[in-house]
Design a protein around this ligand. Structure first.
Ligand SMILES: NC(=O)c1ccc[n+]([C@@H]2O[C@H](COP(=O)([O-])OP(=O)(O)OC[C@H]3O[C@@H](n4cnc5c(N)ncnc54)[C@H](O)[C@@H]3O)[C@@H](O)[C@H]2O)c1
Length: 257
């Protein structure tokens, strides 16, 4: 497929599992891709085939995000797609034991970092009169139980920001959507997978999903790429669960036989 021929894309968290797969998929479909993440070394390792650039940038820092947008415009003169995918987790202790500094850190990256790129790349897209943004939220933003308090709240915030930004930018030709991944094997979830494998419970991973398995980064990348492409030209303001059916059912312990 060549859905992104002649187009320019930015992917954040591009050296992580889902971001790397997304950058590779966009590049394979013809996009010039700017890969954004925290470490030069990890970004070097994630370089896709095809025309690309890499930028070390902390998405929680507005000035750094603005600089990435300026650099991309200087190099390629347009921005057609942004995958706002960078994210961090927090510990899962009860709210009564939360460190509020953890909330500030997690919201700064997962929610405000997304807002930074919507603001700065969205401004460029609005001037162009076209563009698409896809934010990586999570099933944790829809239900409890899939992440700590600050993480889940940040992802719920991303889902709502997706709607409000879609309303702000829709009349200017810019679409904003989100994906809500279920359990995917990446660095972020490595401890969960390591623990399950060490205790011989690997087959239980993903067993609460209707498809009875966990997902692959490429399956999320495919959904992000779809929402960023013209195939999704009439979709905006939506948050699409890509979770093997996890959020589709009341799959509670003791209710499934
Ligand atoms: N893996 C899952 O099961 C799962 C499920 C739901 C949602 N998600 C979301 O998917 C996205 C990608 O996560 P992943 O699973 O690929 O994990 P990952 O840890 O492999 O990738 C996340 C990437 O984000 C980068 N990052 C973190 N803070 C950053 C910052 N301040 N600025 C720039 N980059 C930063 C990290 O360096 C890392 O490369 C995240 O937003 C995550 O919350 C993941």
């Amino acid at each position: 497929m060549t859905r992104f021929e002649g187009k320019v894309a930015i992917v954040t968290g591009a050296s992580g599992g889902i971001g790397r797969a997304t950058a590779a998929r966009l590049a394979a479909e013809g996009a010039r891709v700017c890969l954004v993440d925290m470490s030069q070394e990890a970004l070097d390792d994630a370089r896709p085939e095809g025309d690309h650039m890499i930028r070390v940038c902390d998405v929680s820092d507005e000035a750094q995000v603005a600089q990435v947008v300026t650099d991309v415009m200087k190099e390629w003169g347009r921005i057609d797609a942004v995958a706002n995918n960078a994210g961090i987790i927090c510990s899962k202790e009860p709210i009564t034991e939360n460190e509020m500094s953890d909330w500030t850190r997690v919201l700064g990256v997962n929610l405000i970092g997304v807002a930074h790129f919507i603001k700065h790349a969205g401004t460029v897209m609005a001037e162009q009169g076209s563009g698409a943004i896809c934010n990586t939220a999570s099933v944790a933003g829809i239900r409890s139980g899939a992440g700590g308090n600050a993480y889940s709240a940040s992802k719920a915030g991303v889902i709502n920001l997706t709607m409000t930004a879609a309303c702000d930018l829709g009349g200017l030709g810019v679409r904003v959507n989100a994906v809500c991944p279920g359990l995917i094997e990446t660095n972020m979830t490595k401890p969960v997978f390591d623990r399950a494998r060490a205790s011989g419970k690997e087959e239980k991973l993903g067993s609460r999903c209707e498809l009875r398995r966990y997902g692959r980064p490429e399956e999320i990348a495919a959904a992000i790429t779809f929402l960023l492409s013209d195939d999704a030209s009439y979709i905006t303001g939506q948050a699409l669960p890509v979770d093997g059916g996890n959020t589709a059912s009341l799959n509670l312990p003791g209710m499934k036989f």
